[in-house]
Design a protein. Structure first.
Ligand SMILES: Cc1cc2nc3c(=O)[nH]c(=O)nc-3n(C[C@H](O)[C@H](O)[C@H](O)COP(=O)(O)OP(=O)(O)OC[C@H]3O[C@@H](n4cnc5c(N)ncnc54)[C@H](O)[C@@H]3O)c2cc1C
Ligand code: FES
Length: 263
């Protein structure tokens, strides 16, 4: 099936490993998909093992490596689909629909950015950091989780050249005790960002959007919704807009300008 670049791609699992409490990192080999994906887009994965489960699992990616032909996805095991995905082993095959949705936009003339990740929102945020590093935009990062054991990605962000990586945990077991918004508020007061990119729980993104609005900094958010089709056909993934209209998360998003969204 193809539709405007969207296609069903066969993939082979290259590795699937635990990287933190409840967090897995899968690398799939799918050369055409890896070459087609842009940071911020997502894939819709068929997880084999239960014929009654026909819905695919939508997942962002942290690295699409066109040279290696691989796509890296960090995902939380939360229900049946992601549990079965966590049980796939190297050499197993399935299919992924993609590229789905729109990429993170680059902001013309942006010189300094901040990326803010909450929980498993770190996956598309790492992809965003790769995009910024590749285009020579200096960036800082804020990564927040509930507790130290759930933390992933800070070393990757440092390796990509983040100026500062601020860690927050709800329980204070790593970095600063508190929320990503606490760390972002300090960074916004100290530094002159042109744009903030964020993905995480909706309440966190609403807070990030508010801080950015107050600071006069553009904010781009990656939204999540329950999804059936993943390409604009079923109408299950509506996001309410500030102007009273609705947009689809899968086709019009998942990336939106924070000012567009009705928080
Ligand atoms: C565009 C997009 C990108 C995503 N990227 C990632 C990613 O990179 N890493 C990652 O770990 N997860 C990501 N997710 C979330 C992931 O799709 C869900 O966790 C997954 O579909 C759950 O499937 P399941 O069968 O394991 O659990 P289910 O049994 O379907 O659900 C388990 C629990 O998770 C909730 N849930 C399921 N889907 C969603 C959703 N889309 N949004 C919010 N809550 C949900 C359910 O209400 C339920 O409480 C993304 C979702 C979207 C829409
Ligand atoms: S998931 Fe079907 S329209 Fe978005």
């Amino acid at each position: 099936m193809t539709s405007g670049g969207l296609a069903v791609h066969e993939f082979t699992v290259a590795l699937n490993e635990g990287v933190a409490d409840g967090l897995m990192r899968i690398v799939i080999s799918a050369p055409e998909l890896a070459a087609a994906l842009a940071p911020g887009q997502f894939v819709n994965i068929h997880v084999p093992g239960d014929a009654s489960q026909i819905l695919r699992v939508p997942l962002s990616f942290s690295h699409a490596d066109a040279a290696a032909g691989t796509v890296e996805i960090v995902y939380a095991v939360v229900g049946d689909g992601t549990r079965r995905l966590s049980e796939m082993t190297a050499g197993e095959t399935s299919t992924a629909v993609g590229p789905c949705g729109n990429p993170w936009p680059t902001v013309p003339a942006a010189r300094r950015a901040c990326v803010v990740a909450g929980g498993v929102g770190v996956t598309p945020v790492v992809a965003c950091a790769r995009m910024l590093a590749a285009s020579g935009v200096a960036f800082d990062a804020v990564v927040g989780t509930q507790t130290a054991g759930k933390l992933w990605g800070t070393d990757v962000l440092e390796g990509l050249g983040a100026g500062a990586v601020a860690v927050t945990t709800d329980d204070g077991s790593a970095g600063r005790r508190g929320f990503t918004t606490d760390a972002l508020a300090d960074l916004l007061a100290e530094k002159d960002y042109d744009v903030v990119y964020t993905c995480g729980p909706e309440v966190m993104m609403a807070g990030v959007a508010r801080l950015c609005r107050d600071a006069g900094v553009r904010c781009l958010v990656s939204m999540e919704r329950m999804m059936c089709c993943g390409f604009g056909a079923c109408g299950t993934c509506n996001v309410a807009m500030a102007d009273g209209t609705y947009k689809s998360c899968c086709k019009d998003g998942p990336v939106f300008d924070a000012e567009e969204v009705a928080w």
